[in-house]
Design a protein. Structure first.
Length: 101
């Protein structure tokens, strides 16, 4: 069992029925090559953080309030999401979005 604080429930508003679940990968690669690539998993709270900050142009405090978490926790989630996103774009990894909790 993992020690530490209990994970706080986050308010996620993204409709996963409209979300294209699965993977996003470099377009020029054949599917046989895709099996060799590393996959990176983006969690729903990370996707929500990206949407609030980058698409809705909310401040970190506004986004944190909407997700019902602290600004510090939001900053950590957002940073993690941006790192994963950048890692995939720069290093040609597959970005996988988790759609079910």
């Amino acid at each position: 069992m993992k020690a530490g604080r209990k994970k706080v429930e986050r308010m996620i508003c993204i409709d996963t029925d409209k979300l294209v679940c699965g993977c996003m990968w470099p377009i020029k690669l054949p599917k046989t090559e895709l099996k060799k690539l590393e996959k990176v998993l983006l969690f729903p709270d990370e996707l929500q953080a990206l949407a609030y900050k980058d698409l809705d142009d909310l401040t970190m405090q506004q986004a944190a309030d909407k997700m019902q978490i602290s600004k510090t926790v939001f900053a950590g989630i957002y940073t993690s999401a941006r790192k994963k996103q950048t890692d995939c774009l720069v290093n040609g990894k597959i970005l996988t979005v988790q759609c079910d909790e």
